[in-house]
Design a binder for this molecule. Structure first.
Ligand SMILES: [Zn+2]
Ligand SMILES: [Zn+2]
Length: 141
């Protein structure tokens, strides 16, 4: 049986259920994640879009990444909690913010990306592979 991961925003307007396991769990130190989260990095779990069902009103903001792909960030219209991000470089997938999950049991950070953006006041985890930018990696299948 596949595990289900449920989550919600701060106010409860947006809820989701993701059917696991995620493709990868990554910690990202890019400038965009830093500004969006208001802290040092984001931690996200990537799932196939068709294994995530969302409900509630979301607002979106899109921008172009350094490599020219379009990144879209979705957040609750009421409380502003970041819920997911997606990137046209990896279509049919979205990345849920791990902090919005009710119970991320069994999930662990596998990689750190955009380590070059790490601020001196933020910390890297131990025993994780880290990349200066985005590794040239795509999910299988
Ligand atoms: Zn909310
Ligand atoms: Zn990032």
């Amino acid at each position: 049986m596949k595990k289900k991961y449920r989550g919600k925003c701060l106010c409860g307007e947006v809820t989701y259920v993701a059917v696991g396991p995620p493709v990868i769990v990554a910690q990202c130190h890019c400038e965009e994640c830093r500004r969006l989260s208001g802290t040092g990095h984001s931690v996200g779990a990537m799932f196939r879009s068709d294994s995530v069902s969302l409900s509630g009103k979301l607002s979106q903001f899109s921008y172009l990444s350094d490599n020219g792909s379009q990144v879209t960030k979705a957040f609750c219209v009421i409380c502003g909690s970041p819920i997911y991000g997606k990137n046209t470089r990896i279509p049919d997938h979205l990345t849920l913010g791990l902090g919005t999950m009710d119970d991320a049991e069994g999930l662990a950070i596998k990689v750190v990306i955009f380590q070059r953006g790490k601020q001196h006041w933020d910390q890297l985890g131990r025993d994780v592979i880290s990349f200066a930018t985005q590794p040239d990696w795509k999910p299988e299948g």
